[in-house]
Design a protein around this ligand. Structure first.
Ligand code: NDP
Ligand code: 8X3
Length: 265
C-alpha cells in the first residue's frame, strides 16, 4: 500500500521462516523506495533472501543484509550506529528472531537451552526495542514508528515440554502490553502477532536438526505457511496511522489451542 512507500523496515530473524517471508511480502507490497534491513546470524542466507527480492521486484527496494545476533547485548546496542546512514531512520521494527530448543521437562532442562531461549526471545527482543525506540521518540507527537513483536499461542497457553519456550513468549506478551501502555501518549504503535502452528525451520531447530521428528509435529495437519503470518504483519504495518492492530492470534483451521489439534489419520 502507499502507506508503506519510503519506509525503512528492520526485521530480525529474516534468514528463514516468518522473517524471510515478511521481508518478501513487504517488498511485494511496497516495491517503490522501501528500505529493508534484514538481520540474522547467517549473513550468507540473508544475502540469498536479498537476491530473491531483487529478482522479484527489481531495484526499487533497497535491501541491506546485516549480520546481527540478538542474543549478544553489545551487538544490539551498537546496531543502529553501525547501520549506513541511509538506513538509520527506522520506521518499523519487526521483532521476529526467536527459537525453541528441546522438549525437556524440569528437572532435565539443559542450562544452555534455557539460556539461549531467554537471551534470544526475551532479552534480545527487549534490547532491540530499546535500541530502536530513541529513533521513534525523536519524531513529532511524542514519537512515531511501529514495533511489531512476534509472540505465540505458547505465550498464552503453556504446555508440557514447552515450559521455557512458553515462559519466554509469555514474557514477550507482558513486555509488549506494558510498552503499549507506556507509549499511549505517542504515535508509536505496539503490535503483537501471535501465531499458532506454522511450518518453518522452527521444529527442526527444536529437535536439534532432526527433520523426521520435526515432520512428525505436522503429521496429519495443515499448518500455516510463513507467508500467512507475513501477510498479517504487513497488513498491520500498512494501516492508517491511527489504527493499531494491537493483538492477534492466528491459527490454521485444524487448531483451536496450543494442544487442541485435529489430525487426519
Ligand atoms: P525459523 O527457525 O524458520 O526462523 C527463525 C529465525 O530466527 C531465523 O531467521 C534465525 O536466523 C533467527 N534467529 C535465531 N536466533 C537468532 C539470534 N540469536 N539472533 C538473530 N536471529 C536469530 O522459525 P520461525 O520463522 O517459525 O520463527 C520466527 C518467530 O516466530 C520466532 O520468534 C518463533 O518463536 C515464532 N513463532 C513460530 C511459530 C511456528 O510454529 N513456527 C509459532 C509461533 C511463533 P539465524 O539462524 O540465521 O540467526
Ligand atoms: C510455536 C507454537 O505451540 O509449537 O510458537 O509452541 S508452539
Amino acid at each position: 500500500s502507499g502507506r508503506l512507500t519510503g519506509k525503512t523496515i528492520v526485521i530480525t530473524g529474516a534468514s528463514s521462516g516468518i522473517g524471510r517471508s515478511t521481508a518478501i511480502e513487504f517488498a511485494r507490497t511496497a516495491p517503490k523506495d522501501l528500505k529493508l534491513v534484514l538481520t540474522a546470524r547467517r549473513l550468507e542466507t540473508l544475502e540469498e533472501v536479498a537476491a530473491e527480492i531483487k529478482k522479484e521486484v527489481g531495484d526499487g527496494v533497497k535491501v541491506l543484509p546485516f549480520k546481527l545476533d540478538v542474543s549478544q547485548p553489545e551487538e544490539v546496542k551498537t546496531f543502529v550506529e553501525r547501520l549506513p546512514e541511509e538506513f538509520r531512520e527506522i520506521d518499523v521494527l519487526v521483532n521476529n528472531a526467536g527459537l525453541v530448543k528441546g522438549v525437556a521437562q524440569a528437572p532435565s532442562i539443559e542450562e544452555e537451552d534455557l539460556n539461549v531461549m531467554f537471551a534470544t526471545n526475551v532479552t534480545g527482543l527487549i534490547n532491540m526495542t530499546q535500541a530502536v525506540l530513541p529513533i521513534f521518540k525523536k519524531r513529532a507527537e511524542g514519537g512515531k514508528g511501529d514495533i511489531i513483536n512476534i509472540g505465540s499461542i505458547a505465550g498464552r497457553e503453556p504446555y508440557a515440554g514447552g515450559s521455557i519456550y512458553c515462559s519466554t513468549k509469555a514474557a514477550v506478551k507482558s513486555f509488549t502490553d506494558a510498552l503499549r501502555k507506556e507509549l499511549v501518549a505517542t504515535r508509536i504503535r505496539v503490535i503483537s502477532v501471535d501465531p499458532g502452528q506454522v511450518e518453518t525451520n522452527f521444529s527442526v531447530v527444536r529437535f536439534y536438526g532432526d527433520k523426521s521428528k520435526a515432520d512428525a509435529v505436522y503429521a496429519g495437519c495443515e499448518p500455516l505457511t510463513p507467508e500467512d503470518i507475513a501477510e498479517i504483519i504487513v497488513f498491520a504495518a500498512g494501516r492508517r496511522e491511527n489504527v493499531v492492530v494491537a493483538d492477534t492470534l492466528v491459527f490454521p483451521s485444524h487448531q483451536a489451542s496450543a494442544g487442541v489439534m485435529h489430525r487426519k489419520t
